[in-house]
Design a binder for this molecule. Structure first.
Ligand code: CA
Ligand code: CA
Ligand code: CA
Length: 135
């Protein structure tokens, strides 16, 4: 099953961008700039790997709708709804659930690979500029 793992986890990570909180983002430059500045917490004009990770980690609470401290398969399904990952949500869930207790803990969520960052970092300098950050 290894062959589908990277793509699936990337899709799951990318799903973090499609949360309704940002869904009103139009294609306007202002909306794009606002998204970028939301993630660029130290305002240095680039998004570091850590800033990207912090952004993704902060989404956990949004997806944990029953505030149980973990994501059920249903919550995970909602988190990836409307994204290509939804089709593979069962496998993606089992991959992320490292200890096999049928929920995704915050630690498990935060340990998922940052494949979305790696894909967006076109020049591989470990940071995303405005052109690279196009969620
Ligand atoms: Ca920054
Ligand atoms: Ca939950
Ligand atoms: Ca688990």
């Amino acid at each position: 099953m290894q062959y589908t793992f990277p793509t699936t986890i990337y899709l799951v990570a990318a799903a973090a961008f499609s949360h309704p909180a940002w869904s009103e983002a139009s294609s306007s430059d202002d909306a794009q700039r606002a998204r970028f500045e939301h993630v660029d917490t130290n305002r240095d004009g680039s998004i570091s790997r850590q800033e990207f990770r912090d952004m993704r980690n902060s989404r956990f609470g949004d997806f944990d709708v029953d505030e149980s401290g973990s994501l059920s398969s249903e919550e995970f399904g909602v988190a990836v709804k409307g994204t290509p990952a939804h089709r593979f949500r069962g496998m993606a869930f089992r991959r992320a659930d490292q200890d096999g207790d049928d929920v995704i803990s915050q630690a498990e969520w935060e340990s998922m690979p940052l494949r979305a960052f790696d894909r967006l970092d076109a020049n591989e300098n470990g940071a995303l500029d405005h052109a690279e950050f196009q969620p």
